[in-house]
Structures are given as C-alpha cells and as structure tokens.
Design a protein around this ligand. Structure first.
Ligand code: ADP
Ligand code: MG
Ligand code: MG
Length: 342
C-alpha cells in the first residue's frame, strides 16, 4: 500500500464495551427486545447487562461501530495511520478498551469522564440474529470542547480523511458538523456511516444537516430502507435509494458523492454520478461463518482504508468485502484477538 501521512484517518463515534452472549426468546421478551435490532437503552433495559454477565456467561468485547471500523482500517494501513475519538469513563471497562486498541495499533484520544461509566452494548445472539441495546454512559458526554482542544484539533488538521459513525448523531452533532465543515473547506473526504435503522427516523434532522458533507455514505439495506421511509421516497428499490443518496445536494462541489449500500450476501450497491453498479460478495462457506456481528463495520474499515491509500473505488469495495469476510470468520482484527472474558 502506498505511503500515507501519520494519522491520515480520523474517526469519531461512541466507544463501547460489548457484553455479548447467546440468549433466547425469553431473554428478549423480558426486556422487550426484537431479535434483530439496535436501540438505545431505556430505564427498563438497564438490568440486562448484569443479567447477561451473571446468567448467560457473556463475553466482554471491545465494540462501538466506528471504533471497530477504526481498528479494522488500522489493520489494513501502515502503523500510526488511524486515530479515534470518543468518550469513556475512568473504569475497568475503559481499561479493557485501551488494551484492545493497543493490540490493534489504534491510537485513541478519549474524552475521559470521571463521573460516568464507560458505555455498554448488550448483544443478545439468538440463532443468526443479534439484538443490541446500548447504554451510552460516558460516550454520551463527548463534546465540542474535546474536539476543539489544541492537541485533538491538531490531529483533525493533520488528517487527510474523516470517518464518522452515525450513532454519534445521538451524542454530539456539533462535533460531527465541525469535522464535516473542516472536510469540505479543505477538500478532504468525509465518510459517514448510517449505522442503524433508527438513526434516519429518530435523528432525521441532525442526519439531514450532515448530508451535504457526505463524500461517501455507507449503510446496509435496512438502513437504506429506513432512510427512504423517513424521507418519503416512494421506492423500496435499494439501487434507487442509493442513487437518491448520491444525488443529494453537496457542500464540496469538487467531489462527486458515492453512496454504498451493503446487503449481507447480496451484491453491494454503489451509486455515483447518476449511475449504479453492483459488486458481488465473495461467497463464503456457511460452516465458516462464526459471527456476522460487525460485518458492516469491517466493510467500512476495508473500504475506508482503500480510500486513504488512494485506491480506485472498485478496489475500495473489494477491500471492504475482503475485510468483512475475514471478520465474519473471526479472523479479522476487530474480533478474535480481543475477546476478553470476565
Ligand atoms: P451489517 O453488518 O451492517 O448488517 P451487511 O450485513 O450488509 O452489514 O454486511 C456487510 C458486508 O459484509 C457485505 O457487503 C459482505 O461483503 C460481507 N458479508 C456479510 N455477510 C456475509 C456472508 N454471509 N458471506 C460473505 N460476506 C458477507
Ligand atoms: Mg446485515
Ligand atoms: Mg452495520
């Protein structure tokens, strides 16, 4: 891969510790969870973390969508290529995150909150489904002051590419907008992930404010559909939705927007300049799939690492699919080596 600047890629979102276990329908019912969803925890959900640890032999795994993406991208790029920002507490969970990112060679600049706990994401696996329930904790206290602090802003200025996970829209839109504007002003690519179906619905206005700044927008099929629904698009055709995303008004006119929608084992849809292409997913033997959690994050990692290295679009997609495939076989950087049990 070609030489890149130190900390060329700067990522922002919510650092979380995943508390992941095999569950069952009773557990889902107890907390009112759907088998395949990602939500923010309400009061009634807060017992689930202890429940998972005490009664379901849960594993603790470093998580957070964009933090996984950042680790994956660092895996693909030369040392000291990626830095990640977000908020954590001052506790043992934060220590586990520090260990995991260190192993991955990822630099983090966390905003440490002494009063709040590090964020947790309960992950309940039932068959091929996974239900995620996040209590953001300290991650919810990330602020513009941290981003604008001289040491951190220097990293922002030094980076050539930005990646923001859409989950951060629930936390600190002003920080996202500051990065977005900095990207447009300096003609640096701004990559944005839609993250989850609830984002376009519940955080529609904040999302729409960031849209003009997307140079690359990445999502999966459910996120594309929920975007279409929230915006009254009269189509459920993923290609049409991708075209629509690519054609939204743009702040930086020097770059054509690219919209990338992954669809699990179905082809990845890529729209730009009024055109849509499909890229078949490399088939993988079903017996080799151990965990599809984070396939999308790994795709975003491979794809974005390609952008940072200056690869052509088709190769970026290919790298995304390659890293996603590794990750679901648990050989990827974002999973295997960092599994830590209690
Ligand atoms: P998310 O994890 O956000 O739901 P997807 O399920 O669309 O994202 O997966 C993202 C990418 O991961 C796909 O485009 C594909 O490259 C890869 N992938 C996911 N599931 C499989 C699979 N069963 N076999 C091979 N590749 C897969
Ligand atoms: Mg999927
Ligand atoms: Mg995803």
């Amino acid at each position: 891969m070609s030489a890149t600047k130190e900390y060329a890629l700067l990522c922002l979102e919510n650092p979380l510790l995943d508390i992941q276990a095999q569950g069952n329908d009773d557990l889902l019912a107890k907390y009112g969870l759907e088998p395949d969803n990602a939500i923010l925890a309400e009061e009634k959900h807060l017992g689930i973390y202890e429940d998972l640890l005490n009664n379901y032999s849960a594993k603790l795994i470093a998580g957070g969508g964009a933090q996984n993406t950042a680790r994956g991208a660092q895996y693909m790029l030369p040392p000291n290529s990626v830095v990640y920002l977000g908020g954590v507490g001052d506790d043992k969970y934060a220590a586990i995150l520090h260990d995991a990112v260190k192993q991955a060679g990822l630099r983090v600049e966390y905003r440490v909150d002494k009063k709040e706990k590090t964020g947790r994401c309960g992950v309940v696996i039932t068959g091929h489904h996974r239900s995620m329930c996040t209590d953001l904790g300290a991650a919810n206290h990330y602020d513009l002051d941290h981003l604008k602090s001289p040491e951190v802003w220097k990293l922002v200025e030094g980076a050539t590419h930005y990646f923001v996970g859409g989950y951060h829209l629930t936390v600190c839109p002003p920080a996202i907008m500051a990065l977005a504007e900095e990207a447009a002003k300096n003609d640096k690519p701004f990559v944005f992930s839609l993250s989850a179906p609830f984002i376009p619905i519940v955080f529609k206005d904040a999302l729409d404010a960031t849209a003009p700044y997307w140079d690359y927008v990445i999502g999966n099929e459910s996120e594309a559909l929920s975007y279409a629904e929230a915006h009254g698009l009269e189509t459920k055709d993923i290609k049409e939705i991708a075209k629509h995303l690519a054609a939204l008004p743009k702040a930086n006119k020097k770059r054509e927007r690219v919209a990338i929608i992954t669809q699990g084992t179905d082809p990845t849809v890529v729209a730009t300049n009024g055109e849509v292409k499909e890229y078949a997913v490399h088939a993988i033997d079903g017996s080799k799939i151990t965990d599809t959690t984070g396939a999308g994050d790994a795709f975003a990692a491979g794809f974005t690492a390609g952008l940072v290295a200056g690869a052509p679009l088709a190769q970026c997609v290919d790298q995304g699919q390659w890293l996603a495939k590794l990750s679901i076989q648990e050989l990827g950087p974002s999973r295997r080596s960092e599994k830590v049990s209690t």
